[in-house]
Design a protein. Structure first.
Length: 373
């Protein structure tokens, strides 16, 4: 046995090239498995550390967007980034868990993710009011949330320079994020559980963005990046077609009371929007005539309808001026509905096609959703 081994070694040494190759392969194998083992151990440890710091919420959603499951397209709703309070549709089988569907919703007012909205009509239609002029017609008006809404118009230069959102300094943007108030409508209620458990809510918590002791100069680079990303995100949301749905609801109520005194107009519109945000099934659109009760996005299920339908914008709130359209419903095949597939998707399911989310027909915001969130 020893003789066989000794002869083998002698033969191997004679073949120097073959011996060198063996040594190189052994060295490479040692390096590869060492690096692989270290990297694997580090990734597992990092994953465990991250998972321990955050509750298990899946921030990516895939809503049904066609009548055929195999053709479903990934979609998302911007509201879900700061409001995880979805409306529930139990479908045809009552409380059968396998048939439950969830849809986007937004709560405003008592216990809502957003603070109560205050409509502010100032006896005249101008940029300081909640309603401003957009055309030459009597009813060519639209709602202003004062967060970049009119900055795509030629009248932007009439605004005070420090009011132009797209010209805010990073320090001022950071201060806006700390306040949690992005214009008149999107004003976070930090005490809301649905906000605290949301993606943006957790970013606030992680970087302590609510702290009055924190400012732009003393904040870490990561905290600044997080705050500025939230600012950009909310600027886009405020000027998206999804927010136009909210504005259509507000404008519709305003149009019914616009001849009243300013104080009465403000009270009527504000009370119409705000409420306790109860998640309840409505039987028809007429249930919303008296008020939204602090929730936008509903399940409509009549006594003869066991399936139920998601409703984002009632047909009575359709709004159309110039080339601006906010359309709620249409035929099943899409007839009589704006041909923009993204808008149809929004009205049917409250969500955008992911591939189209960065597209907008509004030019007031140059800021788009960033992957940093």
């Amino acid at each position: 046995m020893w003789l066989f081994f000794k002869n083998g070694i002698k033969q191997l040494l004679k073949e120097k090239i073959q011996f060198a190759i063996y040594i190189i392969l052994i060295a490479l194998a040692v390096v590869f498995f060492s690096v692989f083992g270290i990297a694997s151990s580090t990734l597992v440890q990092s994953s465990n550390t991250f998972a321990n710091e955050f509750q298990q919420y899946d921030y990516s959603y895939k809503y049904t967007s066609t009548d055929y499951a195999s053709n479903d397209t990934a979609t998302m709703t911007p509201w879900f980034a700061f409001d995880i309070d979805l409306v529930t549709n139990h479908g045809t089988d009552g409380e059968n868990e396998s048939n439950i569907n969830y849809f986007p919703s937004l709560t405003i007012g008592d216990n809502g993710v957003l603070k109560a909205y205050q409509f502010n009509y100032t006896n005249k239609i101008d940029f300081d009011s909640s309603v401003y002029k957009v055309g030459s017609g009597t009813d060519d008006t639209w709602v202003n949330f004062h967060f970049g809404d009119i900055e795509s118009t030629d009248d932007v230069e009439e605004m005070e320079q420090d009011e132009i959102v797209n010209r805010f300094s990073d320090a001022k943007r950071f201060a806006v994020v700390q306040s949690g108030e992005f214009g008149d409508f999107y004003r976070f209620n930090f005490d809301s559980v649905a906000f605290q458990k949301s993606l943006i809510g957790k970013i606030y918590q992680k970087f302590n963005l609510r702290s009055g002791a924190l400012n732009y100069e003393t904040a870490s680079t990561e905290a600044k990046q997080a705050a500025l990303s939230i600012f950009n995100y909310m600027l886009y949301v405020n000027n998206s077609s999804l927010t136009d749905v909210v504005k259509a609801l507000i404008w519709n109520k305003y149009s019914t009371v616009k001849d009243d005194e300013a104080a009465a107009i403000n009270d009527s519109v504000s009370q119409y929007i705000n409420g306790n945000g109860e998640d309840k099934i409505i039987t028809s659109e007429s249930d919303l005539n008296d008020g939204l009760n602090g929730r936008i996005g509903w399940i409509v299920k009549s006594e003869t309808d066991s399936v139920g339908t998601y409703l984002l914008l009632p047909s009575f709130a359709n709004h159309d001026y110039g080339n601006k359209k906010v359309i709620a419903t249409g035929d099943d095949d899409g007839a009589n509905v704006d041909t923009d597939a993204n808008l149809i998707e929004l009205m049917k399911y409250g969500s955008y096609f992911v591939k189209n989310y960065e597209k907008t027909d509004r030019k007031s915001s140059k800021q788009y959703i960033k992957s940093t969130l």
